[in-house]
Design a protein around this ligand. Sequence first.
Ligand SMILES: [Zn+2]
Length: 139
Amino acid sequence: MKLSEDIVLGSTLIPMKRRNFNGCAWGMVAASHGQVGGAIIASLGEDWAGWEKISKAFGYPWAGRKQAQFPCECWSPGEVPTDSVASVIAHLFDFHVCIPYNIDKWTLEQLAYWFHTQEPEEPSVQCEEAVEGASLSFA
Ligand SMILES: [Zn+2]
């Protein structure tokens, strides 16, 4: 599964709650894996473990390392900050998906699509060469 797919799947499993690991975008990722976001955070044993540790604990370590520019309209032109994809996820969900009066309102699908554009390529599957003379038997 990809991060963008997990968010969409998770949104069908739990209610959305902003600024809460049981219902935020990361909570949805956890739910899509049959887990509870708040329990994952509690298992880290720190008040604030940082996005690198958090994204690793949720199964997507690249999201804590990869940097991205915020794609929203919260910033002045020329002053758009860069942060980890994991942090951008939290911001977009908390301030653009969950706040209905935000002028720059995003749907969950828009959010998932943006993450899709950030995701690393999945490694291609390579098949081994068939061994000459080998045969399969199905008993
Ligand atoms: Zn924003």
